[in-house]
Design a protein around this ligand. Structure first.
Ligand SMILES: [Fe+2]
Length: 504
């Protein structure tokens, strides 16, 4: 069938005296309207039809991106400070699954995965002063009513007949039951936040050889740290969930953001701030994808995944070249849905290959920027966490992000909605102490500080979807977040609504 169409293209080209390169023929063969495309190129006096020419044509046709090109090539009216300094960053590849995924998904892989997770998280809890944990098997040798501290993974969680919260806890050798007395409301409230597969420490009195009555629960947590400042006075901009290709992609607003980033629509005072932006972080769902959910096809403005990425690339090319851009995938991107996700493949990002300032990395990823550690994770597991506990809300994504940091694990719970691959090296563990944690996914902005780490959730560039209306979720579209690394002051720059709301 494909060959038949290719022959038709060759015949049509010969009749019109057009030279069509083989790659262009392949691309055209996927288009029903190839004759129309070739005719329009002919009108534009294009006789040598290359793959690039066809691609450019399709992008301009399927989007309105061609219209913004002139606006953005305007010379800058100011010299940005960030354009005069070299970037200072290192992608911490040791924590990125890209090109390393090696899990066969066997039982052995799962056992190794959970063992590795337990070892790291229990050693983190053991570092806490005053928490002298014993293996669960030692409970048998402890005298009744004596106090003991234990560390384990939560394998079951339930409410007893008498209304107490109860965990079954297991370490590598034994299991026990931990009861949180309902009279201790503060303790029960903390313990309620734990979900299955979390590794926690508990202290309590021995009730039997298999049971303790808890009086304390601890999570791995980040240690209390002072906020670190970099030596140079630069800023980071962050955005997320652009969803290029969706009919609801806010193309006009996104182009305004790009013009703003180029200093074309800002005041002189604002330019001083914009000029400090040396890095741009994009936390996934860069395109809307194809077939991500039922009936998505009807909601797409661009129905070809390659063209969606081409349109995305056209936008990225408009970011000033002195800004280093770090792009991770989300569940709408053309990589596996399961976490950890590798970087978006080169086959989708070809036209950005020559752009040395554009870095496609996995989710999660770690980047050292200006001597500070940045954790980047799209954030699918927060959906699971939010739906399994009552204290989190979708319009407060930063609170869910802090909960993941407290667990030192980006995988909230195995076997929920979000799939995970048990990679030999668990890339979802928060092995380092991040200074910044950037997320996305919830289509809602949110910010907080947690033990020396600035937590930033960037919103979206997609208008409110029918699904969000159904759920009652109100997104915060069209906001570019700008963070001063020295002062950690966060500024929201609004492009969807009028005016700029500041947050600090
Ligand atoms: Fe999204």
């Amino acid at each position: 069938m494909e060959n038949e169409i290719e022959t038709k293209i060759a015949e049509f080209a010969a009749a019109k005296n057009l030279l069509v390169e083989p790659n262009a023929v392949r691309l055209l063969s996927k288009k029903q309207n190839f004759e129309e495309i070739l005719k329009e190129l002919l009108i534009q006096n294009v006789f040598l039809i290359t793959e690039q020419k066809v691609n450019d044509f399709l992008i301009k046709k399927e989007t309105k991106l061609g219209e913004v090109t002139q606006v953005l090539v305007k010379p800058r009216s100011f010299v940005p400070l960030a354009s005069e300094i070299d970037p200072k960053y290192r992608v911490m590849e040791e924590y990125d699954v890209t090109n390393k995924n090696a899990s066969g998904g066997t039982v052995k892989n799962f056992l190794e995965y959970f063992r590795g997770k337990f070892n790291f998280l229990s050693s983190t809890i053991k570092k806490r002063t005053g928490f002298e944990a014993k293996p669960i098997s030692m409970l048998k040798q402890t005298s009744p009513n004596n106090e003991i501290a234990l560390i384990g993974m939560i394998s079951k969680k339930w409410i007893s007949k008498n209304g107490h919260l109860v965990f079954e806890l297991e370490d590598l050798e034994a299991t026990c039951v931990v009861v949180f007395p309902k009279t201790d409301t503060h303790l029960t409230e903390s313990a309620q936040k734990a979900v299955l597969d979390n590794v926690v420490g508990v202290k309590g009195k021995k009730a039997s050889d298999e049971m303790i009555i808890a009086n304390e629960i601890v999570f791995p947590e980040l240690p209390n740290r002072a906020v670190k400042a970099p030596a140079r006075d630069v800023s980071v901009a962050s955005i997320s969930d652009i969803h290029v290709g969706s009919k609801l992609f806010l193309e006009k607003e996104f182009n305004q953001f790009l013009e703003w980033l180029n200093g074309n629509v800002s005041t002189q005072k604002e330019n001083e701030r914009i000029g400090k932006i040396k890095y741009l972080i994009i936390t996934g769902d860069n395109v809307d994808g194809i077939g991500v959910y039922p009936d998505q096809f009807d909601e797409l403005a661009i129905k070809d995944i390659f063209i969606q990425y081409e349109a995305f690339a056209e936008l990225i090319k408009k970011v000033p070249e002195y800004i280093e851009i770090f792009i991770i995938p989300g569940q709408h991107d053309a990589v596996r849905r399961a976490d950890p996700q590798p970087a978006i493949g080169k086959e989708y990002t070809k036209s950005l290959a020559g752009y040395k300032n554009v870095h496609f990395i996995g989710s999660p990823s770690w980047v050292e920027i200006e001597g500070l550690k940045f954790l980047l994770y799209h954030g699918a597991s927060i959906h699971d966490l939010t739906s399994s506990v009552s204290f989190l809300r979708p319009d407060k994504p930063e609170e869910g992000m802090v909960e993941l940091l407290k667990r030192r694990d980006l995988m909230a719970s195995y076997g929920s909605k979000q799939p995970y691959v048990p990679e030999k090296n668990d890339y979802l563990l928060v092995r380092e102490e991040p200074d910044f944690y950037f997320g996305g996914d919830m289509h809602h902005n949110g910010y907080t500080q947690y033990r020396g780490c600035t937590v930033i959730n960037s919103g979206t560039w997609q208008a409110r979807t029918a699904f969000q209306i159904q759920l009652g979720h109100v997104p915060t579209p069209g906001i570019a977040v700008e963070t001063d690394l020295k002062t950690r002051k966060i500024t929201e720059n609004h492009f969807y609504t009028q005016g700029g709301k500041k947050w600090s």
